[in-house]
Design a binder for this molecule. Sequence first.
Ligand code: NCD
Length: 305
Amino acid sequence: MWKGRDVISSRDFTRHDLEELFDVAKQMERYAKSRVELLKGKIMGVAFFEPSTRTRLSFEVAMKRLGGDVIGFSGAEGTSVEKGETLADTIRMLDAYSDIIVIRHKYEGAAKLAAEIAESPVINGGDGAFNHPTQAMLDVYTIWREFGYVDGLNIGIVGDLRHARTVNSLLETLVNFDVRVFLISPEYLRPRAETIDYIQSRGMKYSFHNGLEEVIHELDVVYVVRIQKERFLDPLEYEKVKGSYKITLDVLKNAKTNLIILHPLPRVDEIDHKVDATPYAKYFKQAALGVPLRMALIYLILAGP
Ligand code: NCD
């Protein structure tokens, strides 16, 4: 059941929820470049306090393709809306003017706070370094669309596993499937202890690795994230790990033929542009699937069963 729900943390969604979402998203694919008047008269309020390209645009396009409208803003960085109390007032305003709210914020917990204040459903478009649940839904949807299933796959996650909120949410989403996860990063960039505790409590199979080369031949999916420079508390730690991995054609020479490479984007230097031309590269397709996936999400929350 999706109707009226907030989307704050990936932990709140079951395998059944995800399968229902994916089925509807697949049906939405045929309208992702046209229009279907399912949400005529409904308004989405977007409050993006942190930079975004894909998440904001795909949410806005999704709402418009469904026949709805969008209000809101992006880039209130440095203004008084960053203060806790004013965030609450901004959310109250959006709540009064719209039927569903999407928020992105640099502080962990901002989306939860918004959900407590607003009567309308609130969707977390990424807050702080920990949660980005709709990106994870999109990531697993892309895997499901590419393979036709998720169970049984070997999934390598490469990069800044500590500060990338997409990684935490992806792991919290993948616990619903029978996958094996290879966590590939310098030791300092391994996921936070609370993430590891959670996946362990859910019985997920996982292992740590320093380099992609040692496991590439086993993987069905390689999920890459950039080093999240802006989230390092200590710039010296960033200097130590920056540029510590790069996916090149050479790294991929022992890859399975049907390997897929995903990336939530933006990419900085962690995937060589030469990889874009290989059949492994699915990150632009993944970004495009953000529209039907988010159409399904908004539709189910506002008008679902
Ligand atoms: C990510 C984010 O904002 O967390 N981008 C996205 O939403 N697709 C990933 C990132 O910034 O590295």
